[in-house]
Ligand binder design. Structure first.
Ligand code: PLP
Length: 430
């Protein structure tokens, strides 16, 4: 039976607890699992069969979360992790080693930018940043040591959808997978439908949806033939000394098209240990049960907010996927027919002082650095998330002094707009 997203969000990966018949997914708060006997233990360690060994690398609660994410995304398998940052880092480290490089869109979450520009660089992995408005830039930046392309589906602050299909097609010519961070657009965009090979998520945002838990995930599309590009992808095609010489593209075959995600689990997660707790996996699962409803409401409310701001005399610019120009507008129509997400940016005529006054006057919106909570959230990037950047660098990332980012929640739209209206009034007063 081919189920739709609303149904998968409630049912995928679970029917009832085999031991107790519980309907809700239990929190298996255990570190370890009793082996049947030494042969059973040896088979599990040797990957002759899959099963629970130790919660750092797998857990039954987390397993349901992973199956549900893979089903929602139309992928082959998933790996849940302690945070979105861990997911981004592992997604690249799983393919690139010292001396290798990746090509990434410039339009990234600041934490990912830092990871690529500094931490992975220190580990010997170079990131070549290219403008996503020009997909061919990915081809031009590619050389023999390029192992992956990386981008965000709906990056803020610009909120211009990434040309997934174009860049995925370029990558497939070279044997290079496109990794998409789909954090801002779950259920709205399924990057595998457009040729991406790997999806990463911060579960902290819309999927968890309630601002309770940090978590991340990598989903393997199972749609990339790693063995066909042995020279390009040595990490999956040469013997891995950390797993008695396993060649992952071959070793995973009996288990399905999951070489990439299997390697990430049994090497990176084993060694670096960024495991999600079973409790957080449970909370994210609770969130996922209603994500289809929430994302619809987020999209509806954000569109209404964008329309309201567009007409406001003190607002000089509204940034929202419905108000883009040229090629970006065409991409928005193509990639976002199911809704445009919950993020809205706008610029105040009064610049940074007005931006700060606006934030301080908000009563309903929370002033936080998060996005994707069921509640409405706001931040003034120039004085917070982007304050370490020079004004020129701020401008390059799309942040002007008066720019305000809203993550529009699922409260009643009249209450959301009333709060914005009173804060815009307060921002005008010197
Ligand atoms: N990717 C995007 C698009 C994000 O917005 C964030 C966090 O803000 C992350 C990744 C990192 O996720 P986490 O905070 O769960 O580590």
């Amino acid at each position: 039976m081919s189920l739709r997203a609303e149904t998968l969000a409630l049912h995928a990966g679970w029917r009832r607890d085999p031991a107790t018949h519980a309907v809700a997914v239990p929190i298996y708060q255990t570190t370890s699992y009793q082996f049947d006997d030494t042969e059973d233990a040896a088979a599990l360690f040797g990957l002759e069969k899959l099963g629970n060994i130790y919660t750092r690398i797998m857990n039954p609660t987390t397993d349901v979360l992973e199956q549900r994410l893979a089903a929602l995304e139309g992928g082959a398998a998933a790996l849940a992790l302690a945070s979105g940052q861990a997911a981004s880092a592992f997604s690249v480290q799983n393919l690139a080693r010292v001396g290798d490089n990746i090509v990434s869109s410039t339009d990234l979450y600041g934490g990912t930018w830092n990871l690529f520009a500094n931490t992975l660089k220190d580990q010997g992995i170079e990131t070549r940043f290219v403008d996503p408005a020009d997909p061919d830039g990915f081809a031009r930046a590619t050389d023999d040591r390029t192992r992956a392309y990386y981008a965000e589906t709906l990056p803020n602050p610009k909120l211009e959808p990434f040309p997934i299909a174009d860049v995925a097609a370029i990558g497939r010519r070279f044997g290079i997978p496109l990794i998409m961070d789909n954090t801002a657009a779950p259920l709205l965009v399924r990057p595998f439908d457009h040729g991406a090979a790997i999806v990463v998520y911060s579960l902290t945002k819309y999927l968890g949806g309630h601002g309770t838990s940090i978590g991340g995930a990598i989903v393997d599309g199972g749609n990339f033939d790693w063995a066909a590009y042995a020279g390009r992808q040595p990490a999956l095609n040469t013997p891995d000394p950390s797993y008695h010489g396993a060649v992952w593209a071959e070793a995973a075959k009996p288990l399905g098209p999951i070489a990439y995600i299997l390697k990430a689990r049994v090497t990176l997660l084993r060694d670096l240990g960024a495991a999600i707790s079973p409790f957080n996996a449970f909370l994210v699962l609770q969130g996922i049960e209603t994500v289809a409803l929430r994302i619809r409401e987020h999209s509806r409310n954000a569109l209404a907010v964008a329309g309201y701001l567009k007409e406001h005399a003190d607002v000089t610019r509204v940034i929202h996927p419905a108000y883009l120009q040229g090629a970006a507008a065409a991409r928005s129509e193509f990639y976002l027919p199911r809704g445009q997400g919950g993020l809205v940016g706008f610029e105040l005529a009064g610049g940074a002082p007005a931006g700060k006054r606006f934030i301080n006057a908000l009563k309903l919106f929370y002033h936080v650095a998060n996005i994707g909570d069921a509640r409405s959230l706001a931040i003034h990037p120039a004085s917070t998330t982007h304050s370490q950047l020079s004004p020129a660098d701020q401008a390059a990332t799309g942040v002007s002094p008066g720019y305000v980012r809203l993550s529009v929640g699922i409260e009643h739209i009249d209450d959301i707009i009333a709060d914005l209206a009173q804060a815009l009034d307060a921002a005008r007063v010197e």
